[in-house]
Write a protein that binds this ligand. Structure first.
Ligand SMILES: *Cc1c(COP(=O)(O)O)cnc(C)c1O
Length: 398
């Protein structure tokens, strides 16, 4: 046994952070789960909002707050929270703001898991939903019942990139006294700021364009009304939708370059769409602000010159042509995600929409030759070369 003064005795106690007159330029990463307070009185001050302090990371931590404040600024709001994923943000909003007996009108081409939550999970808690076409406000209106408390939409649908009638839907929500919730993941506040157009709540999958590097899974949720935001926050803390400090730190790092990434990706997307439309075995190209897009006028009115970074297209031929195309483009990640700094390619028939029958997919305009591209920030000449080569390879199969 050593005596009580061995040099290692205090290893178990945390060494104080060095006193310094300089400050770190980079946001510090704070993984602490617990925070020590000076005294019960000071802890009272924290809990009663008389002093700012943290207690337990599930209730909040500095890296989440720094990230949330940045996204708040982008959306022109305050008080948003970071959650562990886009789906936990959607969950916090639905579970926090609805109760048994309530009804939701939702867009019929929402993100797959959001649709599943509304049609399969929320009904177990007494909340029902009707899905309707958000490009047609009359169809949305028809879905309304006396119990409708919420309308949930995405501005740009996946993967056919249809544009919701945001103006008509906001007017409908106001008329019937329902909350308008906008999942702004595809558009981002760079292209569309929902609170300026009547939204009550905004959610994001931060995983996608905002973080931008496919290395974190995070979400964001905010209501304009602080009383509603308190409900979303409390639900998130109770259900445990807390985000990891490291993920928040990475996402905040990603945001520094967000404007540059998004602007470049939009320019690339527009140029790639225009190029794809010139290739002989491309049957159609979908880019919201192109003249030949079914919602061109609305897209231009809502989004301006660019229609975000997503492009969809359909090539001639079936599965064999689709296989030949991805195999001939080995540098473009064939992966069902979006918003990465690099271009990624997805194939709804084998991924997001594989549960549908071929007939149901055809009705939605998604054949075996249908692809969705999340365009990145590469040199556009490289992208055009790679897609041209890949699409020619697909043509050889036909
Ligand atoms: C990816 C996505 C989600 C879900 O986000 P996760 O971070 O994967 O949980 C929700 N909505 C949209 C529009 C998405 O693209």
């Amino acid at each position: 046994m050593s005596d009580s003064n061995t040099p290692t005795e205090n290893l178990v106690r945390r060494t104080p952070w060095p006193e310094t007159i300089s400050r770190a330029v980079v946001t510090p990463l704070q993984p602490s789960v617990v925070y020590a307070s000076p005294s019960p009185d000071r802890l009272d001050d924290q809990y009663e909002g008389r002093a700012k302090g943290y207690t337990y990371a599930r209730e909040g931590h500095p890296n989440a707050d720094v990230l949330a404040q940045k996204i708040d600024m982008m959306e022109g709001v305050s008080g948003g929270i970071i959650t562990s994923s886009g789906m936990s943000a959607v969950s916090a909003v639905l579970l926090g703001l609805l109760q048994s007996g309530d009804h939701v009108v939702a867009a019929d081409q929402l993100y797959g898991r959001s649709m599943r939550m509304l049609t399969q999970d929320m009904p177990r808690f007494g909340v029902t939903a009707t899905l309707a076409d958000p490009t047609n406000v009359a169809a949305m209106r028809k879905a309304v019942t006396p119990a409708t408390k919420m309308i949930l939409v995405e501005v740009v649908s996946n993967p056919t990139l249809r544009i919701a009638d945001m103006q008509g839907i906001a007017a409908l929500a106001q008329e019937i006294g329902a909350l308008l919730v906008v999942d702004n993941t595809f558009t981002t506040p760079r292209a569309y700021r929902p609170f300026e157009h009547g939204a009550d709540v905004v959610v994001h999958s931060v995983t996608k364009l905002l973080a931008g590097h496919s290395d974190v899974t995070l979400g964001y949720a905010v209501a304009r009304d602080p009383a509603l935001q308190k409900k979303i926050y409390d639900t998130s803390v109770t259900f445990g939708f807390t985000a990891s400090p490291f993920d928040c730190w990475l996402a905040e790092r990603g945001l520094y370059s967000f404007n540059l990434r998004f602007d470049r990706a939009q320019e690339n997307a527009r140029a790639l769409a225009d190029h794809l439309a010139t290739l002989p075995n491309v049957k159609r190209v979908l880019y919201p602000t192109r003249q030949d897009h079914p919602d061109h006028n609305r897209a231009t009115a809502i989004l301006g010159e660019y229609g975000s970074n997503m492009v969809s297209f359909e090539i001639e031929g079936g599965r064999a042509a689709a296989n030949a195309m991805t195999l001939a483009a080995p540098n473009i990640a064939f992966a069902p995600t979006l918003g990465d700094i690099g271009t990624t390619l997805s194939h709804p028939a084998s991924s997001s929409h594989r549960a549908l029958t071929p007939e149901a997919r055809a009705a939605l305009g998604m054949s075996e030759g249908f692809f969705r591209v999340s365009v990145g920030v590469e040199d556009i000449r490289v992208l055009i070369d790679e897609f041209t080569t890949a699409i020619h390879a697909a043509a050889q199969v036909n």
